[in-house]
Design a protein around this ligand. Sequence first.
Ligand code: T3D
Length: 252
Amino acid sequence: MEGLVRYGTAGAVATLTLARPGKLNAFTRPMLKELREAIDRAEADDTLRVLVLTGEGRAFSAGQDLNHMPETSAGVGVILEEDYAPVVTRLMRHRLVTVAAINGPAAGAAANIALACDIAVAAESASLMQAFVRIGLIPDAGGTWLLPRLVGLRNAMALALTGDAIPAREAQAMGMVYRVFPDAAFAAEVEALAQRLAAHSPVACRLIKESLRDSLGNDLTTQLALEARLQSEAAGSDAFREAVARFLAKGR
Ligand code: T3D
């Protein structure tokens, strides 16, 4: 471990912090390996409910470190398959609720790793940039799959073809970000959100994630059947029984 991704926990919340602040947390292969390992460590810890991904210093991450590009074009594909794809798929299928806390610029693959989290929140001064076209590449790390689904084809095309840096408020209006918090309050707001999410039923959260993710490939009939199956499972949970009992005990 080179300490390129810091791992911390507070109660049921794990925080993974990209920690190359002198390089705007730009990704290298060792750092992506550490990120994968940290994501897996959180997955394996039964005491956890929420995973927060953020960056140290003034950036979330500048994406791939351009000083550490592979020497051959074929090598680019290898890094995408071996390093980036496992991060994206692990985040999207994670047992925990995943939150990208975008504290500053998120460029290239870093923007798309943030979008792969279940929820993204941003500091007022943060921005998201599909930087790829600026260096003659296409969006990767799941960007071509995620963007049309999150912001629609029209906006996805504009984001990818311009490579514009989109300020947090505009990213929120487009659907890339759920909430924008003032910079000074960002850390506290992220902590409060994470703890609030951690208090929810883990069964419900797991089934919500499964149902919404699976909906992207389902027709309505299939999805209605899935809802019925997953809701039956949710209704069998202690969390459901206890919440209904508490509600009824209030005498409503
Ligand atoms: O297989 C593969 O490897 C392919 C995978 C590709 C995935 C990708 O992510 S491709 C996209 C790579 N990322 C970029 O192209 C983003 C480049 N950076 C920027 O656009 C900007 O730096 C930011 C928007 C991130 C931040 O802008 P700003 O104005 O706040 O900072 P800056 O002044 O541009 O950068 C500060 C320093 O960081 C600067 O170095 P210096 O002059 O202080 O020595 C800059 O060169 C360096 N830096 C920024 N981004 C990167 C970087 N160094 C290496 N790699 C970077 N990606």
